[in-house]
Each structure stands twice: as structure tokens, then as C-alpha cells.
Design a protein around this ligand. Structure first.
Ligand code: CP
Ligand code: NVA
Length: 330
């Protein structure tokens, strides 16, 4: 499979045809592990086309009249805004639902919420704590469900990241992504995305903060079949060495605020600063899903420096999620 097979002449782009003829058979986006490399490439390719359309102000109302419910049990800037804007640009309507304002927050079951929302809307996006809640929603509803972050995974962000890497480096194969910090939701989704697309992945994390064993085993299997490598090390220098992409995320994720002091101590040697970044390739790029804590996981000179593409990454959330929406809700 070649990513280039999905690239066509932008001038002859027929998005409506592309969407209708797409062999895409996924019903939901719960984890990128459910997607083949080919399906990930289809999403990324459509995302790049939609970015081009949006940049040129060419209308692409692929979801005219469709409605997306967006359930948030955690805070968000990028996810909320990019999904709302994206759905609107596609001609549909986003519906923001804070979980504390709907009956879900008072104990109505996920299953009943799924059944009820499926009678009103054409798709559901959810940001919550437990991955099993997202799976439960998909199981009991009859419309596509999109995982917009759980404690375990953040697939939409990893898609935007792979798109950003493609734009900067032209390919994933033979490139290395170094993730410095916590074996968290971001590390998990990146590990899956890299291993599916044949990119080498190395995480440098403190002892006791390694990625989930089940996710690691799946990613190792993916990497084996794609001929790429996957490394977990406690040595930050080894992880960063000769990396094409250096990535980090907050040391305390949403819901872990009470662990913040002990985490600051454990993660200090993994801070992405100029001396650690210098171990990466000279043309390495810096990525961060944001929000960032300058002075903790990354120093200001790196995140605000010339190698940083963090705002392209944030922009790409919009374009790649529009592709996900268009393919799942068509
Ligand atoms: N990266 C990301 O998901 O950001 P938000 O928490 O602002 O949505
Ligand atoms: N790991 C972070 C990602 C935020 C987008 C968190 O879960 O808070």
C-alpha cells in the first residue's frame, strides 16, 4: 500500500464522488487500532484535500443537513472548536452537550443515552474518562461514534499529527518519532498510528509510567508487520537520538491533577529542552498536542522556536476530523 495511491491531481478533485465511491467500511472511530493502514491513509488523504479546499474557500458541504452531538465530560479548546467549525464547514450542525448538563451526569446510562441520541442525530462525538464508555456508546447507539479523547486514547489528535508529519517530512516510513514523557493517551494513540504507518517509535519515560501493556503488544505486532521499530526506554537521550519528530505532552493529564507534584519530580529528566532536542536530527520537528505547560514538559525556546509545528498540528485537527466526519457520516 502506498499513500501516493490516494493522492490525485487536486485540480480534478471531485470530493462528492470520492466520498460516495470510498470503500471505507469503518462505522466508528474508537481506536486507530481498528483501522487498517489503508483506511488511515484514506482519512489522511481526504483531510489533505479538504484542507486545500478550505484554504481556497471552495465550498464542500459533504454533510448538508446532518447533525453531530458532541458530549464533553472534560475540558477542551481545540477539540470542541475544531469539531464545531468542521461540522459547520461541511454544511452540518454541531450540538455541544456538556455531560454535567445532560442526564448522563445524573446517572442516566450510557446505553440509554446512546439509544436516545441515535433517534435525533447522525453522529456522536465523545470526550470522557473511560474507553469502555465510548465503546458502550457505540454498541448501543445506531449512529457513528467518534472518540475525542479518553484516559486511554486520543485518535483524532494522532491523525492530525500523522498529517502534520506527512506535510513536513513527505513520508512516515524510515522516520523516527521520539515521545518524551508519560505513557498516556497521546503516547498510546501515537504508538498505534506510527506502527500502522511504518514509522519508528521510541518512548522515553520514567519507570512506572510506561505505556499500557496491551496497547504496546498490539503496536509491536503492527510494527512487526510494517517492518518498523518500537522502543520503550527509561533513557531520554536514547529516545531522542536521531529522531525526525520529537513529541511531548503534559506530565499530568486531565484527571491526574492531584499527582502533579510527584509527577513533576519523576518527569524532570524527560523535559524537551535545547540539550535534549539537539540529539535529534538537525531538521527534526517538534510536536505537542497542546495545551502545553512551558517550563515543565517543554521549554519555551523549543515550543516557540523554529522547529516547532504545534499550531499546524492544531490546525490539522480541523481538516482531518472533517475527513473522519465525512467518511463516517456520509
Ligand atoms: N489537543 C487537544 O485535544 O486539545 P483540547 O483539550 O483543547 O481539545
Ligand atoms: N494527555 C492529555 C492530552 C490533552 C489533549 C490529557 O489527557 O489531558
Amino acid at each position: 500500500m502506498q499513500f501516493s495511491q490516494y493522492q490525485d491531481n487536486e485540480g480534478s478533485l471531485d470530493l462528492y464522488n470520492y466520498q460516495a465511491k470510498s470503500p471505507f467500511s469503518q462505522k466508528h472511530l474508537l481506536s486507530l487500532q481498528d483501522y487498517s493502514s489503508d483506511e488511515i491513509c484514506q482519512v489522511l488523504s481526504l483531510g489533505l484535500k479538504l484542507k486545500n479546499q478550505q484554504r481556497n474557500r471552495i465550498p464542500h458541504k459533504l454533510l448538508e443537513g446532518k447533525i453531530l452531538a458532541m458530549i464533553f465530560a472534560k475540558s477542551s479548546t481545540r477539540t470542541r472548536v475544531s469539531f464545531e467549525v468542521g461540522m459547520t464547514q461541511l454544511g452540518g450542525t454541531p450540538l455541544f452537550l456538556s455531560s454535567s448538563d445532560i442526564q448522563l451526569g445524573r446517572g442516566e446510562t450510557i446505553a440509554d443515552t446512546a439509544r436516545v441520541l441515535s433517534r435525533y442525530v447522525d453522529g456522536i462525538m465523545i470526550r470522557t474518562y473511560k474507553q469502555s464508555d465510548v465503546e458502550e456508546l457505540a454498541k448501543h447507539g445506531s449512529v457513528p461514534v467518534i472518540n475525542a479523547l479518553t484516559d486511554l486514547l486520543h485518535p483524532c489528535q494522532a491523525l492530525a499529527d500523522m498529517m502534520t508529519i506527512y506535510e513536513a517530512k513527505g513520508d512516515w516510513k524510515g522516520k523516527k518519532l521520539a515521545f518524551l514523557g508519560d505513557g498516556n493517551n497521546m503516547a498510546h494513540s501515537l504508538m498505534i498510528a506510527c506502527s500502522k504507518l511504518g514509522m519508528d517509535f521510541s518512548i522515553g519515560c520514567p519507570e512506572g509510567y510506561e505505556p499500557d501493556e496491551e496497547i504496546t503488544a498490539m503496536a509491536k505486532q503492527n510494527a512487526l508487520s510494517r517492518g518498523s521499530s518500537l522502543e520503550i526506554t527509561h533513557n531520554p537521550e536514547k529516545a531522542a537520538e536521531k529522531a525526525d519528530v520529537v513529541y511531548t505532552d503534559v506530565w499530568s493529564s486531565m484527571g491526574q491533577e492531584s499527582e502533579s507534584e510527584e509527577r513533576k519530580k519523576a518527569f524532570a529528566p524527560y523535559q524537551v529542552n535545547s540539550s535534549l532536542f539537539a540529539l535529534a536530527k538537525s531538521d527534526a520537528i517538534f510536536l505537542h498536542c497542546l495545551p502545553a505547560q512551558r517550563g515543565e514538559e517543554v521549554t519555551a525556546d523549543i515550543i516557540d522556536g523554529p522547529h516547532s509545528l504545534v499550531f499546524d498540528q492544531a490546525e490539522n485537527r480541523l481538516h482531518v476530523q472533517k475527513a473522519v466526519l465525512a467518511l463516517l457520516m456520509k
